[in-house]
Design a protein around this ligand. Structure first.
Ligand code: PEP
Ligand code: MG
Length: 589
């Protein structure tokens, strides 16, 4: 903490990504910015360099497999799969061939060439605005560092040489650094870089180690030996915590433990309001592998299965049988609860088998989701048949994304009827009465909800898109994030209209966008008449507790009052105030 007087508290703010409080001395971990030496070589040395390179790749692969095994044994196979991406890097022919070509062309030592090629690769990926690719950059850097360390004959640097408990402070921690952390000796970690979805943040949550990322300047503001208190919930790091701070944190920690136990105790209970209204509480998934977490969180099945992940990054779309197996697995695992399978929700640019001419300047307003599917009936029908076949194995519903026209639902339902005939002709089993719904995520759909209600059995409101399209705010654009307002009166009116149209026509209505996971808004959503909340898995216990603490009549009165207000912040504050009164224990921690 360099300049700070010895006993003065210094508060640094980052992003809390793994909950928990820790107090300990810090170790500032300066990653060795590998000084990669450059050396000229003669052409006859090339075979020797290639052999060294191959040996280093093999050794790195071995090292990664060992780490992966350790993690699979310790924190579970799902998180260990992060290292699949690392293993792919050691086998990446583009990277390796480029290095070998560079070796012959430039006649420098292989570590220098490989470092240069990997850096170029990372720069290219970094320039693309895609969180998945950004994360791949960290993987590639991690693997490159390992390969170079082997080439330089350096021993594996590790963080578990520590001999007493510490909080690690680093510019960035690679996933393998994090995975190798010795839980007994590492109380928490803080990095200058990273985000909620960084692999190191994911591993920290799995290991249950409090962690803060994106704390800029942490390495220079702190020095090894400083005593700190780390709050992984709020992202605050307090150096030299005083007596009062330590006392308050001690109390907070105790409260959090109590809430954790409270939430564990209600896991098997139903999400019913105090006056007995059952709000179906389900979870959103992208891949069948998330089901374990969904079921152990106490969710009533899956309210949104985003199937597009089965279609991405492959030259051909999955066939009917492959899709059927995936959907059937989910249906069987969710029983006796249900799964709502959403049909493909992507633009043409995401599907590799479609021509480049499908690329659009404005994909969010382009030919995606139901629009794309209706234009590619064979692709769509293959998915519909797979969903229908899965419906023979559990409680399966299906829904269409990005609907804006009544005609779209009618056409989709007509194709569904054709699929039923085709399956029946082949003697395939399916549920002929499968419940079909539509997502309401375009203002046009909310405004004609009464008309759509005649064609489907339920609505699921996709607030992520509904807010973006209503407010004309790109949901991924940080610069205008303040205009993305879930409690804007226009959004409230659309939600309210949709719920009323649903109920007048005997349909149920759910929300599967992110707002469903926000316990500040649960009173408002219940008051608007929402029947189902499909939330991110981690939010299931909290939302369940919130629902159980609310009274649906009080919520209705609240919503009636908020419908008359004109200020988004005021509406949010009023819902939040109601929530705080009903379940204060979920707020302070
Ligand atoms: C939504 O738009 O709210 C939604 C749930 O769909 P996605 O986030 O997949 O667009
Ligand atoms: Mg959407």
């Amino acid at each position: 903490m360099g300049a700070a007087p010895a006993q003065e508290e210094l508060i640094l703010q980052g992003l809390g990504v793994s909950g928990g409080i820790a107090e300990s001395d810090v170790v500032v971990h300066w990653q060795d910015e590998e000084e990669v030496p450059m050396r000229d070589i003669k052409p006859e040395e090339i075979p020797g360099e290639i052999a060294r390179f191959e040996a280093a790749l093999i050794a790195t692969r071995q090292e990664l497999l060992e780490i992966q095994q350790r993690i699979a044994g310790g924190i579970g196979a799902a998180d260990a799969s992060i290292f699949d991406a690392h293993l792919l890097v050691v086998e990446d022919r583009t990277l390796i061939d480029e290095a070998l070509r560079g070796l012959e062309r430039e006649l420098h030592n292989i570590e220098f060439i490989f470092h240069k090629v990997a850096e170029k690769y990372c720069r290219t990926l970094q320039a693309i605005d895609d969180p998945y690719l950004q994360e791949r950059v960290v993987d590639i850097e991690d693997v490159t560092r390992r390969v170079i360390r082997h080439l330089l004959g350096k021993s594996r640097e590790n963080l578990h040489k520590l001999d007493r408990p510490h909080i690690i402070v680093a510019r960035n921690l690679t996933p393998s650094d994090t995975a190798l952390i010795n839980r007994q000796l590492v109380r928490g970690f803080v990095t200058e870089q990273g985000s909620r979805t960084s692999h190191s943040a994911i591993i920290a949550r799995s290991l249950g180690i409090p962690a803060i990322v994106a704390l800029s300047g942490a390495c220079s503001k702190l020095t090894t030996g400083d005593h700190v208190l780390l709050d992984g919930y709020s992202g605050r790091l307090i150096a030299n915590p005083g007596e009062q701070t330590r006392f308050e944190y001690g109390r907070l920690e105790q409260q959090k433990v109590e809430v954790k136990h409270l939430l564990e105790a209600i896991r098997e209970t139903t999400s019913k309001t105090r006056d007995g209204r059952h709000i179906v509480l389900s979870a959103n998934i992208e891949l069948p592998s998330e089901l374990d977490a969904v079921l152990s969180a106490g969710a009533e099945g899956v309210g949104l299965f985003r199937t597009e992940f089965l279609f991405l990054n492959r030259p051909e779309p999955p066939g009917e049988d492959e899709q059927y197996e995936a959907y059937r697995l989910v249906a069987e695992r969710c029983a006796p609860h249900g799964v709502i399978i959403r049909t493909l929700d992507v633009g043409g640019d995401k599907l590799m088998h479609l021509p480049d001419s499908m690329r659009e300047d404005n994909p969010f307003l382009g030919c995606r989701a139901i629009r794309l599917c209706l234009g590619e009936p064979e692709l769509f029908k293959t998915q519909l048949r797979a969903i229908l076949r899965a419906s023979a194995h559990g409680n399966v519903r299906l829904m269409y994304p990005m609907v804006s026209q009544l005609g779209e639902v009618r056409k989709a339902n007509a194709l569904l009827a054709e699929c039923k005939d085709e399956l029946a002709a082949k003697g395939r089993a399916f549920n002929p009465d499968i419940e079909t719904g539509t997502m309401i995520e375009v203002p046009a759909a909310a405004l004609i909800a009464d008309q759509l209600a005649r064609e489907v059995r339920f609505f699921s409101i996709g607030t992520n898109d509904l807010i973006q399209y209503t407010m004309a705010v790109d949901r991924g654009n940080d610069r205008i994030a303040h205009l993305y307002q879930p409690t804007h009166p226009s959004v409230l009116r659309l939600l309210s209209m949709t719920a009323e149209a649903a109920h007048r026509n005997g349909l149920w209505v759910g929300i599967c966008g992110e707002v469903a996971s926000d316990i500040h808004l649960t009173p408002l959503l219940l008051g608007l008449g929402i029947d189902e909340l499909s939330v991110v898995t981690a939010a299931v216990p909290r939302v369940k507790k919130a629902v159980q603490c609310l009274d649906s009549n009080e919520c209705r009165e609240l919503a009636d009052r908020l419908r008359g207000m004109d200020d988004p912040a005021g509406i949010e504050a009023a819902s939040c105030e109601h929530a705080r009164q009903r379940y204060p224990e979920l707020f302070d921690c």
